[in-house]
Design a binder for this molecule. Sequence first.
Ligand SMILES: [Zn+2]
Length: 371
Amino acid sequence: MARLLGKRPPARHVETIATEDTVEQLSSEFRLSKEKVQSILRGVGINLEGSNPASEMGLYREVIACKVGDRSRFTHSDTSYEEVLDEQLRSFDEIYVDTAPIIQEDWFLHFVTDAEPILKRRKKKLIILEKTLEELHGLKDNPEKDKEVRVRSTIRPDLIRQLARRGLVRIGDTGSTGIADDHLVSLFSQIGATKSLLLVTQDRGLSERIVRLAHQLEQHPKQEVKKPWFLRLLGRKKSDAEQYAHQMVACKLIEEGKLKRCYICPECNESYYDDLHACEGMVLCGRCYLDLKEQEAKQIAANQKKREAELKAEEERQKKLEEEERRLEREKLKQTVGQRVEMQKKRFIKRASLVLVVLLILAVVLIVLLL
Ligand SMILES: [Zn+2]
């Protein structure tokens, strides 16, 4: 409309903060000198001049937090969340993290901060492939990428190395050359037969491949890692359900570093994200579930109708049978009355003819006597 009227659309108002205030705020938050704050930011290519968009404050905080290793501000405010995350993570032997979730917003910072006590307690590590570090290296110098992506790709390797030093991250071998996705899928198909695996990735296509691979593996019994004879002797025999339980799960990170699992609907074949539950990855989607419920309800209604029709037909058949029975009864009754009348008639004729014969004889005797 503005263009039609020959007017320029009003410029979007961008809230800004003066460099001085930005530095002051960050230095008091992190208890660092102003010079240190500025030098850390400059180190990743952020040169504060004049005023800066207020929306970038979060990014500055991420940079400093990663550099100084202070992730306290990324802890979950809800203390019960640790229990939820523990429930989600504890069943996995290995947790792989792909490149995109590491640089999407500040979600990876939230995720590792929340996962840290769990990983320590459960003696687990996040596995980040060398390929991911190479990708981050490539992204930080890519002028086509957004400033936020470039900055995050610059600071995350520092964080990853810090975490590796603290035993929370293992840098995994990329192994084969070629596409990282293909490598991950083939790696998962090899180790997935013996281990429970979680892949954290924002890539829907890759997640779908993992879900389908898990589904394929579920058709085969789980291969046991060969244990020493004394452990085999002491260990109990696994039930069938345990033997076939392969857990290979793909999740993406969302706000506050929470996990959402990728599922594929076996009915419509489409993937979708939902909460992480300990179940198979091929689960009906909401729409298909409702459709199925509707179909079921229709089937139940149709069955009910059929049953009612059958019942009615049976009732009518019974009624007809009863009517027929009554008719036959009536016939029988009619017949017996007719027969009785007939019999009485016969008896009467018999008696009458007997009387007639006796009278005749008497008459003859009388005539003889008279003559
Ligand atoms: Zn569906």
